[in-house]
Unconditional design. Structure first.
Length: 476
């Protein structure tokens, strides 16, 4: 059952119960008040008749000291017809509860007689043949006799009034419920609108439209729920895009890897086949063997770099306090021997929290690339500057440069701007990809500025880290 129908049903049940119970008590209360009034009137009538009987008994001349049954009958008859416009219903019984006089149509039983006492007005409600009567009874003392005087008052109208009250109230309740159910349906439809909007958005998301959002139409709890849903949808969408990007990157990686593997292998197999199937002169023999060697070396470098990337991705990062002097000292020693491209070093002393070996690998890759891009020429400059947010490393060259559209791609695995030039330098397009992975571990990223024909500058910032008292590092 729909939620809006449930709201409607619950409201209707509550209203029906409230109106039903309230109506019953209201109509019954009015009825009880009317009945009490009728009982009071019947009792008053009964007292008046008692007084009239006693007065009449005293005034009727009698030759006996005691009231005769015939006199009682006569007074009873007079009293019966003494009413204004209507005939009274009364009954007179003697001390032994023997009926002395009874009006025509007096239907009451004699049960009430047992309850009549001196100064006590007894009454009961009797219900013969769809009629309701109040039967009252009093004790009458006249001329030495004690009699019982009973009256009957028709109160059928009062009961009919109650029945009519219930019927009117029932009709009114049904009418109100019908009107309320229309109003409540509109309200419940309006109240559940945010739920319908959310359901629609959920269905769209389930069908694959992750950009779908629910419109927020209120600022109450439902509005808060919509906001939370939209936030959740945004996070899901971002994660899905991230996963899609990762899958695409992996596929690209595998395609590039197979391509990079196939090219040198084809050449290696071709030259090896030539060596084993033909007798070559010394020069061709050397060239073939040399080709196999250099391509083999390239494959070796490629497999080592790949291994490095995979290891770095799964690596448990263990940074240590390191003097930048140590890193620059290592590079200086390495490039002191190489004279093709001069490498200049300029840095500010500082202590940073890094893994020295990994950072050396990054600086070495960037400096190597800069040297390759500068050949012949130079110089290449490697700088270190202490900044506000961290320590900045810069590797700048005045070499071939990189076209702007390539700058974004060169950090992808196997990407080379000039493939033949890179391959001639034993490159496989994995160096920068490795640098990016290592810098990620250090909370940093590789930035590139380059102008084709003028040179490039690669730089990254290692954030300052505070060493807490227990020795664990916290990022600032
Ligand atoms: P490789 O092993 O081929 O050097 P890298 O990932 O280190 O792979 O570099 C990817 C490509 O980026 C290189 O092939 C080269 O074309 C380009 N590149 C990298 N550094 C520079 C630079 N300083 N100047 C010009 N091009 C560069």
């Amino acid at each position: 059952m729909k939620f809006s129908y449930k709201i409607l049903l619950c409201s209707l049940i509550t209203m029906a119960a409230a109106f039903g119970i309230g109506g019953y008590f209201f109509v019954n209360d009015v009825f009880q008040a009317s009945l009490e009034r009728e009982i009071g009137q019947a009792a008053d009538d009964s007292s008046i008749l008692k007084f009239a009987f006693e007065t009449a008994a005293l005034n009727i001349p009698s030759k006996y000291d005691i009231l005769q049954n015939s006199v009682i009958e006569e007074i009873g008859g007079n009293l019966e017809n003494s009413g204004q416009g209507s005939r009274r219903l009364l009954r007179l019984c003697d001390e032994d509860q023997k009926v002395l006089y009874a009006s025509d149509g007096f239907l009451g039983d004699t049960v009430l007689l047992g309850e009549i006492r001196e100064q006590v007005r007894a009454y009961q409600i009797i219900h013969p043949d769809r009629h309701y009567y109040i039967q009252t009874g009093v004790m009458v003392n006249a001329l030495g006799r004690t009699l019982y005087l009973e009256t009957m008052k028709d109160v059928t109208d009062v009961y009919a009034e109650r029945t009519r009250g219930f019927a009117v109230y029932r009709g009114l309740t049904i009418l109100i419920l019908v009107c309320c159910s229309i109003v409540m349906y509109i309200f419940s439809y309006w109240l559940t609108k945010p739920i319908r909007i959310l359901t629609g958005a959920t269905k769209k998301m389930t069908a694959g439209d992750y950009s779908s959002r629910a419109e927020q139409i209120s600022s109450d709890e439902m509005g808060q729920l919509t906001m939370d849903f939209n936030h959740m949808a945004k996070v899901v969408e971002e994660n899905i895009h991230k996963l899609e990007d990762e899958v695409r990157a992996r596929e690209d990686f595998i395609a590039a890897f197979s391509h990079e593997l196939k090219t040198p292998l084809t050449a290696v197999i071709g030259y090896a086949d030539m060596l084993r199937s033909r007798k070559l002169d010394d020069e061709k023999h050397f060239l073939s063997a040399n080709y196999i060697y250099t391509e083999g070396k390239r494959l070796e470098t490629m497999s080592l770099r790949l291994l490095d990337i995979i290891v770095t991705r799964r690596y448990e990062h263990e940074p240590q306090d390191t003097e930048v002097d140590e890193l620059f000292g290592y590079l200086k020693d390495l490039y002191a021997e190489r004279n093709e491209v001069p490498v200049l070093f300029r840095y500010e002393a500082a202590r940073i929290r890094v893994e020295a070996n990994l950072l050396k690998s990054v600086l070495l890759n960037l400096t190597d690339n800069a040297c390759k891009a500068s050949e012949p020429g130079g110089p290449v400059e490697v700088r270190g500057e202490a900044g506000e947010n961290g320590y900045c490393f810069l590797v700048e060259d005045h070499g071939v440069g990189i076209p702007p559209e390539e700058c974004r791609k060169i950090t992808e695995a196997f990407y080379m701007v000039d493939k033949s030039r890179s391959r001639s330098h034993n490159g496989a397009g994995l160096g920068l990809a490795l640098c990016v992975e290592i810098l990620k571990l250090h909370g940093s990223s590789l930035e590139i500025e380059s102008t084709p024909g003028e040179g490039s500058c690669f730089w990254f910032v290692i954030p300052w880290e505070e060493v807490s008292a227990d020795g664990t590092a916290e990022k600032t």
